[in-house]
Design a protein around this ligand. Structure first.
Ligand SMILES: N[C@@H](CCC(=O)N[C@@H](CS)C(=O)NCC(=O)O)C(=O)O
Length: 218
């Protein structure tokens, strides 16, 4: 069996997959992709992923992109019914609901707010973009009310890993989390997860890059 991850440490979706591989205890080969040098746009890479994005995972000859779908596949194919993504339909619904919320609302709000800073030379996060991020954090805070993990069980799930990858990035960009005690306690709890330190390193890289471009605090 062979498993290869194409990724870059600052990239949140790359870190989501990295965290999943590490929490499943899977052996994999990693290939660093330097996006600054456009290594994700080479002909060779575009043959793997025509969308030209990372992460990409190749399991034997099966090629995948889209981080959360990759995480679900890794559990389904290589660790069925693992607590990261249990088969029980109701538990799985809760995990999918949190994970799809993360993709379609929380992480989407970050891309909307941060792309003008990272790629278009803006130096201030637009107030309406920040409002949307805060509104998503309020929702995430609510999901954690009475629970230790986004799974609502005593175990973390792949939604925890995808939210951790995104959240840690803005945390290290200077986001004030005083109004979100459930998220703060959850983030502290995440330090027990395999790969937490690797995720922190990448999140700090991205967060500091962002912080250096901002003329007003996050
Ligand atoms: N929804 C995708 C997002 C993938 C994505 O956009 N990755 C970024 C790095 S964080 C990328 O490769 N960007 C390059 C580009 O869009 O050209 C996932 O979760 O895997």
């Amino acid at each position: 069996m062979s498993l290869t991850l194409y990724y870059a440490p600052p990239s949140p979706p790359s870190r989501t997959v990295l965290l999943t591989l590490m929490n499943l205890g899977l052996d994999y080969e990693s290939k660093l992709i330097n996006t600054m040098a456009s290594e994700h746009k080479t002909e060779e890479f575009l043959q793997l992923n025509p969308q030209g994005t990372i992460p990409v995972v190749v399991h034997d000859d099966f090629v995948m992109n889209e981080s959360r779908a990759i995480c679900a596949y890794l559990v389904n194919a290589l660790a069925p019914n693992h607590s990261l993504y249990p088969e029980d339909p109701k538990l799985r619904f809760i995990i999918d609901q949190r994970m799809f919320y993360d993709a379609s609302s929380f992480t989407a709000s970050l891309y909307t707010a941060l792309t003008p800073i990272m790629r278009k030379g803006q130096t201030v996060i637009q107030p309406e973009h920040k409002d949307k991020i805060i509104s998503c954090l309020q929702t995430l805070e609510g999901f954690l009310e009475g629970f230790e993990w986004f799974s609502t069980t005593e175990n973390p799930c792949i939604a925890d890993l995808s939210i951790l990858a995104s959240f840690s990035t803005i945390y290290h960009a200077g986001l004030d989390i005083a109004d979100f005690p459930n998220i703060a306690a959850w983030y502290e709890r995440c330090s027990s997860l395999a790969g937490f330190e690797e995720n922190e390193k990448g999140a700090k890289m991205f967060g500091l890059m962002l912080k250096n471009k901002l003329t007003e605090p996050f």
